[in-house]
Design a protein around this ligand. Structure first.
Ligand code: CS2
Length: 506
């Protein structure tokens, strides 16, 4: 090779990488359909399955994207192989994952997708469709029958576009063919996620065909799970890094951290992979784990996301490196969240310290903006559960309320320097209207947002203590900014809420 010639980088594919897998990919058949084939499941569920295929090749995965075909388009030319890159401060470990056999785009391929889901070989349908994919009311956890996509599916039940619509249609076909239902395995960060998906699926089935709803209620299985792994969105730099460490060109590698956890309720209708052999914990009741994770990890994450973004921190690791943010998050978990959880203080403290270390991983470029998305769907289980439990006992909610206040400040859509914030949330337009109508008055802003029932229910707006904590914090966020508010949270601000005054949009 001449010095000026670049070595040719080969594309990741069966011919360049299948030999790296510990099983013969040609012998793998599909046993799972996974709805929502985003980065999270590729760093989590699909890795667990990949670890099992050498012993049982009947559990390959067919993925489906419900919104955009981008994952299919990126992965199809590379035989649906992709690289999972585990990053810690001192190590970058790439691994090729082969458990994904195909990806369908549900927006244009709902017929073949439903046909596959109705096939006897498919015994599990797992989901990572994000909170908003359940088309539910986040405050009550019930299906929203007025959701435009649900209305679409109810009027076109044979070509649905939502997860509940697809699941119900496939279960109907299975029932008609005498095939037992698959197990629906929810892997999203929702409270009692199995119960939530069961409620939503049955709610949809009841509107569509009540006898089918009864059949699903009697025969279906919806185990709850707790899933945990931090997975930032992939960037162009990540693609280059992957290329440089593997020598192969991967259109969509996935970056993640070394930590991974999966706790699963052991209730399956038609058999299951031996997930425990891949490190999952099979339990009778996942609720305590799930609550701990949602309140400790995700509650802290959302708090860091809104306050961090407003303070100008692009990444979680930058925010937590600030000692005041560190103290706030440590205090939030120790003083406010941990007393609401049933585990002993010692194990919770160990869990907390491990979380803070994970947040601090500088190799993970986890954007505060990414976590800030869809707050309307996330706040109830992440912060409001803690807040409700504490208010009922007459305890203070100072730091958790600051997380909610920072969300209120964030969804106005204008940052501290007057720049537009790209607020991504199904209710973003409502928030903007509320913010605009309050004309700079912080108390009206708090009142307007607190009245959004889908988030705060009807109980929290009635709590004057909570309202005034929010007002004090929102006012401080406007008057002195997020960075200084975080600095003073342990000091005089906490004891003495500021009086109501108007804020001025900069
Ligand atoms: C994050 C989660 O984006 C977010 O909202 O809080 O995706 C978080 O990284 C995972 O739940 C970690 O398990």
């Amino acid at each position: 090779m001449k010095l000026t010639e670049q070595p040719t980088i080969r594309k990741l594919s069966n011919s360049t990488a299948a030999q790296l897998l510990p099983y013969d990919r040609a012998g793998v058949t599909a046993g799972i359909v996974h709805l929502g084939i985003g980065a999270f499941c590729r760093a989590h569920v699909l890795e667990y399955v990949d670890n099992l295929l050498a012993r049982d090749p009947s559990w390959g995965v067919i993925g489906a994207s419900l919104k955009r075909p981008d994952t299919r388009d990126a992965l199809a030319p590379q035989d649906f192989l992709y690289t999972l890159v585990v990053r810690s401060p001192d190590k970058t470990i790439p691994r090729v994952i082969g458990s994904l056999l195909d990806v369908l785009d549900a927006t244009t391929q709902s017929d073949p997708l439903i046909e596959i889901m109705a096939d006897r070989k498919i015994r599990v349908v797992s989901l990572t469709i994000t909170e908003k994919g359940y088309c539910h009311d986040p405050a009550t956890g019930k299906l929203d029958p007025e959701h435009p996509d649900i209305r679409h599916d109810l009027s076109h039940p044979e070509s649905p576009i939502t997860a509940p619509g697809l699941i119900v249609r496939a279960l109907e076909l299975r029932r008609n063919a005498g095939i037992p239902p698959f197990t629906v395995l929810c892997c999203d960060n929702l409270p009692s996620n199995g119960e939530t998906v069961a409620r939503v699926v049955q709610g949809y089935a009841r509107l569509y065909n009540p006898s089918l709803a009864d059949y699903i209620a009697q025969n279906g299985a919806f185990p709850s799970t707790m899933v945990d792994r931090i997975v930032p969105a992939t960037t162009e730099e990540d693609r280059q890094l992957t290329r440089s460490v593997t020598g192969l060109d991967d259109a969509w590698p996935v970056m993640t951290e070394p930590f991974t956890q999966w706790v699963i309720e052991d209730h399956f209708t038609a058999g299951r992979p031996r997930f425990e052999d891949a490190g999952a914990e099979m339990v009778a009741d996942v609720k305590p784990f799930e609550r701990m994770k949602l309140r400790m990890l995700n509650g802290s994450h959302s708090t860091l996301a809104y306050l961090g973004y407003l303070s100008g921190y692009e990444y979680v690791s930058d925010a937590i490196a600030n000692s005041h943010f560190h103290a706030l998050i440590h205090g939030l978990m120790t003083e406010e969240v941990m007393p609401t959880l049933p585990m002993d203080a010692g194990s919770l403290a160990t869990y907390r310290d491990a979380l803070i270390e994970r947040f601090a991983n500088p190799a993970l470029k986890h954007r505060t903006w990414q976590i800030a998305m869809d707050g309307s769907q996330k706040l109830p289980q992440r912060l409001l559960g803690t807040i409700r439990d504490r208010l009922q006992k007459g305890l203070n909610v100072n730091r958790a309320a600051l997380g909610v206040a920072a969300w209120m400040r964030y969804v106005t859509g204008v940052d501290e320097s007057g720049k537009e914030i790209d607020v991504r949330d199904p209710l973003a337009a409502n928030f903007r209207l509320i913010a605009d109508s309050t004309r700079g008055n912080t108390s009206s802003l708090v009142d307007g947002l607190l009245a959004v029932k889908e988030i705060f229910g009807s109980d929290l707006p009635q709590h004057n203590g909570f309202r005034s904590a929010l007002r004090g914090h929102v006012q401080s966020l406007y008057e002195v900014g997020a960075l200084r508010t975080v600095q003073t949270i342990e000091g005089p601000l906490a004891a003495k809420p500021l009086p109501d005054t108007a804020y001025v949009k900069k």
